[in-house]
Design a protein around this ligand. Sequence first.
Ligand code: 6R9
Length: 649
Amino acid sequence: MSTDKNITSVLKETRQFPPQTEFVAQANVNAAERERLAEWAKSDPDGFWAEQGRSLHWFKPWDAVLDWTNVPHAKWFVGGTINASFNCLDRHLAARGNKAAIVWEGEPGDTRTLTYQQLHREVCKFANALKGLGVGKGDRVTIYMPMVPETAVAMLACARIGAMHSVVFGGFSADAVADRNNDAQSKLVITADGGWRRGKVVPLKANVDAALEKSPSVQKCVVLNRCNTAVEMKPGRDVWWHDLVADASADCPAEELDSEHPLFILYTSGSTGKPKGVLHTTGGYLLGTSLTHKWVFDIKEDDVYWCTADVGWITGHSYIVYGPLCNGATVVMYEGAPNQPREDRFWEIVAKYKVTILYTAPTAIRAFIKWGDQHPKAHDLSSLRLLGSVGEPINPEAWIWYHNVIGGGRCPIVDTWWQTETGAIMISPLPGAVATKPGSATKPLPGIQAEVVDKQGHPVPAGSGGFLVVKRPWPSMMRTIYGDDERYKATYWSNYPGVYFTADGARQDEDGYIWVMGRVDDVLNVSGHRLSTMEVESALVQHPKVAEAAVVGRPDDLKGEGIVCFVTLKQGTNPSDELKTELKAHVVHNIGALARPDDVRFSETLPKTRSGKIMRRFLRDIAAGRQTTGDATTLEDFAVLAKLREDDE
Ligand code: 6R9
């Protein structure tokens, strides 16, 4: 891509794509309605959110919409009782019982469809099975699964009985699973023998076995037979999913839970080596995800909606499971890799199921560009009517390709900015209301007070770089870091009192459009996956030959950011290519394949300030080889980010 003569820098990007007339005519929200919602949310936020909240099913209505007296601990829909599983299932049975809820395709090509009726039945049975294993309200359950319908079943079953799930992405290592089990004090792990990825079986159960050696809180392990591979079943601890549900009753009324009852924990990377257990609660999260799903994806009764994320990330939680199912949508779910068996797998799926809405990540789009237009062009993509992007800034070149080659020039693109912590989309065009500019997530959604400010919290002039903050609480915001409320306050609420700090750098243009550039903390975004430099550093220094390590990101045309490790070795150790390979494997073993370093560089010393802090900016410059002809947009953004980070070093 970087050799493309048409490269246009984000900074110079001026193209605008107003919503097309036909789309506007049928849109859930048009420009006038968006304006009305935004004004209403500004003038009467409680009234606005109350009205939105009524779209959910409540067992008992709330007494107050928002309690923000104990800053930064918001309570939403105070006193109301609700159940997420009920809202995603039971509520639809009368009108949508026979509608497809999940249309699933396994990597080897096997398929399954679960109607709302069938999904409800599976969830009820599994919820009863969980109860039988001693899991109850407030207990933590780790879910380490491939992308199969049972993963959604497990999540909704936890939600049904008020247990908190902690889904761990299947690409994480055994050590990572153990860390998360211990932090959450999980009672139960749900896994599968394996899952398919690029024609191979990922040995999930074997990883769990290793993790459980170091996870004393875990008493039981449920194993789904997905791949028919041989696994060890530890008597008294491990049980097969199919045995459990065989005799389970399909009658399991949903628990009436407090609106603020914890729904799940999801671990994500922060500035330190220890991942943060982001805690979301029930009422507000469900409202945030379902409302944004309706607005941003313009969801209609007959849409076939496909979000390609893994359920192990927040995008999968909010936009495969909770948001779409709460809206009674038909969700496509695909287990495997986009290039298995060939590079046209996604387009084959779009054509086969007549997908109307596709939500994917820039890193995937850049891979599709590299693989060539012949793959999408070989399939009928005319069912598509709306495209989405999430996970990292989308470079204008990728945006234009997505628009033309996948969207046939007719589909609006919603570039959605949000975070694990925000629970739901915060900044995004509404496709029937806002003109898009390639590379910009455009404007905050109605009710979301996101702004770009300087160090003192003052709005920055149009065009200058600043920090992205959110000035008012919103329903789907995280409530705390599980087990570490002090870290919650320090990380998100100490830079600007009473204001949520996103740790993203951004700028706002003269039209008020927000251009998010990337993280200003030590968090990397590798192929849309969040990873802290400290996590990789602490994995490296655990290796017996490593004395010290500094890890930085560098712009990468495909992955967004690549991982570069500067390593000093212990006395008497000789640097070698073999050692580089060994260290890369060591990081993969410790964290997972998503953390594999792109480059390991040995160095006699690391550059430090007089106070002994590693000068990361300097290392970032070296790692990026500033003079190279990488993707121009990313390099410019890196330069702005470097400036924003400067004061910290
Ligand atoms: C949903 C998700 C959050 C970080 C966030 C930002 C980056 C996500 C983006 C984007 C620019 C977008 N990010 N979407 N940057 N434009 N549309 O990805 O959550 O994994 O927690 O990552 O991802 O840097 O702070 P999460």
